[in-house]
Design a protein around this ligand. Structure first.
Ligand code: I3P
Length: 126
């Protein structure tokens, strides 16, 4: 299967299923809808796929185009206020999109928190 263009950027953290909810778009609040998504971290963006590459291959279809989040200027923080769930991080992009990412397994989400924060911070310092 051909690689989507976005996957040719250096991958920092390989795919993993996380729970995701987009809660605001351009500063406007959205109705929360948690879905499981395959998350891939590249140098300057976070990609959300419907399913992992293995599953796409197994289902004999291309992986599909991911949704991308530009991490330049994004703020990543733990939140206990935006959800009743445990282990939730919030990503606020420079254009006012807000996402929540969550995993029941704390070390899993903690690893993503640190990696996304590091990626975003490195983009700011340039
Ligand atoms: C939402 C749903 C979410 C919940 C959210 C509810 O209801 O139960 O799971 O978020 O809480 O509004 P609905 O399905 O009717 O839209 P959490 O699981 O993150 O708590 P919220 O309104 O406090 O964000």
């Amino acid at each position: 299967l051909p690689e989507p263009d976005t996957l040719q950027k250096p991958t920092i953290l390989k795919g993993e299923y996380l729970n995701k909810a987009k809660i605001a778009e351009g500063g406007k609040k959205l109705r929360k809808n948690w879905t499981s998504t395959w998350v891939v971290l590249c140098s300057n963006q976070l990609l959300f796929y419907k399913e992992s590459k293995q599953e796409a291959v197994a289902n004999l279809k291309p992986g599909g185009k991911p949704d991308g989040v530009d991490l330049c200027g994004a703020v990543i923080e733990w939140t206990t206020e935006k959800s009743s769930r445990k282990n939730v991080i919030q990503i606020t992009t420079s254009n006012g999109h807000e996402f929540l990412l969550q995993a029941d397994h704390f070390p899993t989400i903690s690893k993503w928190h640190d990696a996304i924060k590091k990626a975003a911070d490195s983009l700011v310092k340039r």
